[in-house]
Design a protein around this ligand. Structure first.
Ligand code: ADP
Ligand code: MG
Ligand code: MG
Length: 493
């Protein structure tokens, strides 16, 4: 029997009339473009033009209580990740098997060991994190938090990103688009339910704080970028926001290849490139193998890591954000090693869903059996970022059968699939129809955190904003830059 998926209420009566939609969509596309809610086109790439980023016309409903719970948990998650990143034993143990078969993670780990053994020249790290979550409708253990009639039981963490946590601009921009739409529709009274979102300012003030700690007023903030940047508005708005917050700080953008060719270390391990000393390195690239064309880019990553610049992320933060470490944290007793207070431990555990290793042991064998028995219950994940790498549904079985007897399986983790409630709405895409269709949607909420500290002390720790990405309910993944998802913002109910 097909199980009916719970549905969140409409935020306003839908469908809209065709003539209303036609005019509204046309106008809002222009609004989005003219306010920088845009990207470069992958199909027709040109540095001289932009497409608006796909967006959801009317904001999707999001339960207020769960939203604020997610917001409030962020500082604890920041602290957790900070402590995990600084625990060499835990990182080493968690990644031991994986780094032997996954070359990419292995290369990151080599850099980590090298700088740890040499002694790090910059003990302070800047964490610009984003914890991604989805509401869960199927509750494995209904109880006090989850009445049987509820639309959802709680939210669950999909992952936490420690590198290139994007949408600091496009997150807030989504709410601006939808504010415009609600006003056009004469629903001014609804605006109070769109929560404030200062993610861009929050993330950039984190970078400026790190710049100040570094203590050289002439030193630049360096963005490490891909060879081709599609998500250019999100990145540039960070740069422009830094300029707005402190007109005297210089921002430069370089690829890892540029770094390989021209960067060097000064006498005190200062990071130097093209006549600039660098105070803070903000990685918007370097999280996937394709960003390292040759050993030279890896050497550049090591050079950066050896430098005195404050890195976001430093290599240990990058490793702490791997799926394998996420899975290791879900093991019984793991969180307790990092967070002292019982209330914090409990709060974090509540958002974890089942995560299983595929190591060559009894637990790994059990996980493999579970996946073969009911593949639709899981997502199979490699150690990759940026979307488009996971395996779903029936393909999990094929993948597992193929890797089950090889060591490759230790590079993957198995995760319970989260089943979010549906909402209904319009996705507006470049090149899409003038009158979009009403479709079933599901959303993923990301909460941004900033944390600055070293192995002994945390200097700053805050939650700074959010982003909501929404996709059609039938799509497995919802990356906006990847073309599957759309900008959205939570309408609190
Ligand atoms: P990445 O680091 O590549 O973003 P994610 O773990 O976030 O990897 O997975 C990518 C996307 O896959 C998510 O944005 C989400 O849409 C989907 N996804 C991942 N894990 C789950 C899960 N457990 N249940 C449902 N969907 C998931
Ligand atoms: Mg990720
Ligand atoms: Mg993700």
């Amino acid at each position: 029997m097909a199980v009916e998926i719970p549905r969140l209420p409409h935020t306003l009566p839908l469908p809209l009339k065709d003539d209303v939609l036609l005019e509204l969509v046309d106008k809002t596309k222009d609004w989005a473009l003219m306010h920088g809610a845009a990207m470069r086109s992958k199909a027709n790439f040109s540095k001289d033009s932009l497409n608006f980023a796909p967006f959801v016309l009317v904001p999707s409903a999001f339960p207020r209580k769960e939203f604020y719970k997610a917001v409030q948990l962020q500082q604890i998650l920041n602290e957790l990740m900070h402590r995990v990143a600084h625990n060499r034993e835990f990182l080493t143990k968690s990644l031991k098997e994986t780094i032997q078969v996954d070359e990419f993670t292995g290369n990151l780990f080599k850099i980590y060991e090298t700088v740890q053994d040499e002694g790090v020249s910059q003990p302070i790290s800047l964490g610009l994190l984003r914890s991604d979550t989805m509401l869960e409708t199927t509750c494995p253990s209904p109880g006090k938090n989850c009445p049987p009639s509820a639309l959802y039981c709680c939210w669950k963490q999909v992952e936490i990103n420690t590198i290139a946590s994007g949408f600091g601009w496009l997150g807030p921009a989504s709410a601006l688009i939808q504010r415009f739409v609600l006003q056009e529709l004469n629903h001014h009274e609804m605006l109070v339910n769109l929560p404030d979102n200062n993610a861009l300012e929050g993330l950039c003030s984190g970078m400026l704080e790190a710049w100040k700690i570094y203590g050289d007023s002439k030193a630049a903030i360096l963005f490490i970028i891909e060879d081709v940047t599609y998500n250019i508005c999100d990145q540039r708005f960070h740069e422009f926001e830094l300029r707005r917050l402190n007109p005297y700080v210089k921002v430069i953008r370089r690829t890892l290849t540029d770094m390989a060719q021209r960067a060097k270390l000064g006498p005190d391990n200062e990071l130097l490139i093209d006549g600039y000393a660098v105070s803070v390195v903000y990685f918007r690239a370097g999280y996937e193998p394709g960003h390292y064309h040759s050993q030279k880019e890896w050497d550049a990553r090591l050079l950066i890591e050896r430098s005195q610049a404050i890195k976001s992320p430093s290599i240990h933060y990058h490793l702490a954000g791997t799926k394998k470490v996420q899975q290791a944290l879900a093991r019984p007793g793991a969180i307790e090693m990092f967070l002292g207070e019982a209330s914090k431990i409990e709060a974090v555990k509540e958002i974890f869903t089942g995560l299983y290793s595929l190591d060559f042991d009894e637990f790994g064998d059990q996980a493999i059996q579970m996946a073969l028995d009911a593949p639709e219950r899981f997502v199979l994940k490699p150690q990759r970022e940026g979307g488009g790498n996971n395996i779903y549904g029936k393909e999990i079985r094929d993948a597992i059968l193929k890797m089950k007897d090889s060591r490759e399986r230790t590079a993957w983790i198995l995760m319970e699939r989260i089943n979010p409630p549906l909402s209904t709405g319009y996705i507006v895409r470049p090149g899409g129809p003038d009158i979009p269709e009403l479709v079933d949607l599901v959303s993923e909420l990301g909460i941004f955190g900033v944390i600055i500290g070293d192995s002994t002390k945390i200097y700053s720790n805050r939650q700074v904003g959010h982003m909501l990405r929404t996709k059609v309910s039938t799509a497995n993944e919802g990356g906006v830059a990847a073309g599957l998802g759309a900008l959205d913002s939570p309408y609190l109910i």
